[in-house]
Write a protein that binds this ligand. Sequence first.
Ligand SMILES: [Zn+2]
Length: 337
Amino acid sequence: MKKQQFTLIYLLLTALIIISSFSCETDNSINYTHTDPIIDVPEFNRDSAFSYVQKQVDFGPRVPETKEHNACADWLKKKFDSFGWNTKFQEADVTGFDDQPMHIKNIIATINPELKTRVLLCAHWDTRRIADQDTENKEKPILGADDGGSGVAVLIELARAISTKEINLGIDIVLFDAEDQGESSNAKGEYRKETWCIGSQHWSKNMHTMAKKPYMGILFDMVGSKGARFPREGLSVRHAAGVVNQVWGEALGLGYSDLFVNDKFHELVDDHLFINDIAKIPTIDIINLPTNPTANGTFGHYWHTHKDNMSIIDKHTLGAVGDVIIQVLYKNSAGIL
Ligand SMILES: [Zn+2]
């Protein structure tokens, strides 16, 4: 083979390798369509959202069947009521993570109950009973500023903002209890997913009592930390690709694609799994999944440790999530999305 021919083949091969690695990457990303224009929506106040995280943390850990949990539940109900939402508890005696009876309390706030076109917005409000990913005080419950607090705070502030401007959409906000009490794995090394997300399992099994079923759902889990990163989680893409496109598309339009990144992540066990499987509402999960997972798994370095406190919470992240969702909601209301 002449040197010239060799160089040509070498160049062609290099080009082929570059092209094929590029297509691997594009397999994992999509072209979002952002629907212009950005419409006029009520302001999502990030300072308020931050204060709602603080307020929950001030109660202490919100572990089911504790007085802190009960006190926080009463405050949450009053808060949604104060914005004119119709709020109630869905209480139940269920089997807990340890196969023992457990009393749980989901919190459901509703606006525009007469409208058939409805959206589900949800988060878990309980916090983990142990800090099993920490190196110290593993047996003590966590404050759950991000894991529990942030999703709820975004929903409270959304409820406040929506109460200031009419929306042609029914909205059901559900705060699930007992999402985070599950078993990491049992003595046999088995992972029992049904020990997690107990509140959302209960709601999903009983939501047939709702007269009007939401056509889409958005779950908020760990949506308030500094430098958060929200890739498109796999189960969300499989069940609710249209909702993913709406949210990531609006994030792009608002300049938040540094948070709502164009990467796909594998499927997670979270409340949306049971909502999709049992209630059959196409529901996505907005959840912080850092680029470089630490030794303790796929989540943030603070996950299920005592570092999950106010020091990791960032107004910018809370505000970005709120801005995107309020745009999505009012565009759905206007029939634009
Ligand atoms: Zn958790």
